[in-house]
Design a protein around this ligand. Structure first.
Ligand code: IMP
Ligand code: MG
Length: 335
């Protein structure tokens, strides 16, 4: 803090929503701004017994009064956004940049009907790729051309940079994970944009010198949905046996899974200049560590795994997720 960027380390679905909600509450942030691609992401926040599955509204919304911003680099599906505004009751504190890209029905059609995108790449079918394509052609609609969004429009880079001048705590929320980056991922099995920390900053109009902390979120095992390579991939049977079998938030597809990949993690820290690691779902790998909130309470096996991550990746594991709730976390930065 004041400016922390949170990004995913592997292939998305790493529990960013949970880490962001913890940081938003802990630091009483003034702004949570969303970078990344768009509604292809699904971030889960579980707070006070209620589960929110968000695709557009920043996961830090649970911090009461925090301003919620969506940067000009992000794509918006107006229907999904308005539904989430209702669900989260955040109409009075949400701001959209005038130049957010707009996903229309035709983009969704193209994404779901194209054999290449849907079958070979295995996209989420949410229209993000085709909308990005149009943006590159300079024909995509932007926020200020859409009547139902007019009450939310603002200058997101200006709001964020003015708040930084006042040393306000700000969180930038990324989407997906490093190896789904258009440039740094497993091309062509990637999303339609770069989504590393630098790209998230560019999406909301913040320059590199402003960033204080980059938290890279890794799940304690690796999952990916859609096509593309996955080293040491488990069979569905083995994934079920280990409890790593998951269904995707947005597409309801089965997530493929594999053990934690130290080489990918090391490179993800390099690509994002990560300063801290958040290691999530440790309780899925070590079930007896469920809901622990103190380092000293963790089992010896779990602590050994965390120590190995730190040693091999040369970056501190600052946060450890031990369950889905926003408070089921070990925060090692609090002493
Ligand atoms: P697209 O982003 O919908 O074009 O999909 C491209 C690739 O990225 C596919 O393999 C998707 O499954 C993957 N992908 C996109 N968004 C997410 C996400 O939020 N979590 C996990 N995978 C994603
Ligand atoms: Mg997800």
């Amino acid at each position: 803090m004041p400016l922390t960027v949170v990004v995913g380390g592997f292939f998305g679905d790493c529990g960013k929503g949970k880490i962001i909600s913890h940081l938003a509450l802990r630091d009483k942030v003034k702004i949570v701004a969303r970078g990344g691609v768009g509604p292809n992401a699904g971030h889960t926040v579980i707070h006070e017994g209620v589960a929110y599955r968000l695709r557009q509204i920043p996961s830090g919304f649970i911090q009461q009064g925090a301003r919620l911003l969506i940067g000009p680099g992000v794509l918006v599906s107006p229907g999904i956004l308005l539904e989430e505004v209702k669900l989260t009751n955040t109409r009075d504190r949400l701001g959209l940049d005038r130049q957010v890209g707009i996903i229309e029905e035709k983009h969704i059609d193209e994404d779901t009907k194209s054999a290449y995108l849907k079958k070979r790449i295995g996209t989420t079918g949410t229209g993000c790729g085709p909308a990005q394509q149009e943006r590159a052609k300079r024909t995509l609609k932007v926020g200020q051309e859409v009547d139902v969004l007019k009450d939310f429009l603002t200058d997101v880079p200006l709001e964020i940079n003015e708040a930084l001048e006042k040393e306000r705590n700000i969180l930038l929320e990324g989407t997906q994970g490093t190896y789904l980056s258009l440039y740094h991922g497993t091309y062509p099995y990637v999303t339609s944009k770069d989504i590393t920390a630098s790209a998230i900053c560019a999406d909301v109009g913040v320059g590199p010198k402003r960033v204080d902390d980059v938290v890279v979120v890794f799940k304690a095992y690796v999952t990916r949905v859609g096509g593309g390579p996955l080293e040491n991939e488990l069979s569905e049977k083995e994934a079920k046996r280990k409890g790593w079998y998951e269904i995707a938030t947005v597409t309801r597809r089965v997530r493929r899974s594999a053990p934690f990949n130290f080489d990918l993690a090391r490179r993800a820290i390099m690509l994002n200049s990560g300063t801290k690691i958040a290691l999530t779902k440790l309780d899925v790998v070590f079930p007896k560590d469920r809901a622990k909130t103190k380092w000293v309470e963790l089992s010896a096996e779990a602590r050994k795994f965390v120590a190995r991550v730190e040693e091999e990746i040369k970056t501190p594991v600052a946060f450890i997720g031990t369950g889905p709730g926003s408070h089921q976390i070990i925060d090692r930065t609090i002493v």
